[in-house]
Design a protein around this ligand. Structure first.
Ligand code: F0G
Length: 349
């Protein structure tokens, strides 16, 4: 007789806020813009939504250990949920290319972190080739249980909007697991009668890591692979695993795929950070993409748009404190005069 199985391995996760921030709406060129802040999940990214399902399945089948390749967020999430499940976790990350916050979390939760001499695509090829042989349960987003969990981002945001579809849902694209999950969620929501209109998906990639955007430009006649480079390390991916499922999602939703430069990503991030919402660089690609779409007339300024902020601001502290912008932190003497001078510089009489 089938049993109910183990309790879900859950933090819990989800129930993230749908934010409105005037500054971001104005900058992006659409007045009716909401931000679904997935950085408010327990390990600071949307990955927790899939990880609860994936890790529950790992326990259900009696896995002896779990593994993933990651640009950092999946690894932090895997490490936390494996710790809760009491399973050993191995993570493969591209050496030197993971944001400090993510690496620190992953180590802190107690996973074995293997920095691979290669990029994310090499890490993924390696786990795909070896996980079964080594008896490790693979928890990348090619794992169907992960994608089932990630569908809840879309279902939850539709619920928050009273099941009135927005015109657009905009998200960053890397390995394309999320794009695939969003497409499936929208197909099902429509089939189940939860919504009567399907929002269009806009997937935004970084210009230096934009194989899917190039594929879209070529009507997906060819699968494109590139050598990826971008400041948004989360989406520094040249050969996305969920390509075919993501193509289906774009076709089903009459979606678009575009790319934005690193400069545009950082400009968007600054607006998001200065609005008090904050996010990591890859997440800012969503908002940069909206500005691009409104500038080029592909998105109407009165459209209702939901942008997904996929990860928390603290994931990538180096970028916040880097010397690329104005001096981030000023050291002054412990005197009233020095303090007064600093205040005057910002608030001139
Ligand atoms: N945004 C963030 C913050 C991410 O961490 C990722 C992916 C994406 C967007 C892109 O999502 O891959 O489903 O298209 N991060 C993965 C990782 C690859 O290993 O953490 P995608």
């Amino acid at each position: 007789m089938p049993t109910a199985g183990p309790n879900p391995v859950s933090f819990p996760e989800g129930n993230t806020p749908l934010l409105y921030r005037q500054q971001i709406a104005e900058w992006s060129g659409v007045s009716d813009l909401f931000l679904k802040h997935e950085g408010m999940n327990p390990t600071g990214s949307f990955k927790d939504r899939g990880m609860t399902v994936g890790m529950t399945q790992a326990v259900r089948i009696g896995a002896r250990a779990v593994v993933c390749a990651s640009t950092g967020n999946t690894s932090a999430s895997l490490a936390a949920y494996a710790a809760q499940a009491g399973l050993p976790a191995f993570v493969l990350v591209p050496a030197g290319r993971v944001a400090r916050g993510k690496l620190a979390q992953t180590v802190g939760y107690g996973a074995r972190v293997l920095a691979i001499r290669g990029d994310f695509d090499a890490c993924l090829r390696l786990v795909e080739a070896s996980s079964e042989l080594l008896g490790l349960y693979l928890l990348n987003s090619i794992n169907p249980f992960r994608l089932e969990g990630q569908k809840t981002i879309v279902l939850e945001l539709l619920q928050q909007l009273g099941w009135e579809s927005p015109d657009w849902i905009v998200l960053p694209g890397g390995n394309l697991g999320n794009t695939s999950a969003f497409g499936k969620a929208l197909e099902e929501a429509r089939d189940w009668g939860l919504i009567d209109r399907v929002p269009r998906l806009a997937v935004v990639q970084a210009q230096g890591a934009a194989p899917f955007a190039r594929g879209f430009a070529g009507e997906f006649l060819q699968r494109v692979r590139v050598e990826a480079e971008t400041v948004a390390t989360a989406i520094r991916i040249g050969d996305p695993a969920s390509w075919d499922r993501a193509v289906r999602a774009i076709r089903y939703t009459d979606g678009v795929v575009l790319s934005v430069s690193d400069a545009e990503i950082l400009a968007a991030k600054k607006v998001i950070d200065h609005s008090g919402a904050g996010c990591e660089p890859a997440s800012a690609a969503s908002v940069a993409g909206i500005r691009h779409l409104t500038d080029t007339g592909k998105m109407r300024p009165d459209a209702r748009v939901v942008a997904i902020l996929t990860g928390h601001m603290l994931k990538d502290p180096e970028i916040l404190l880097s010397a690329t912008g104005e001096a981030a932190v000023e050291e002054i003497d412990a005197t009233p005069e020095a303090l007064a001078r600093a205040v005057e510089q910002t608030l001139p009489q």
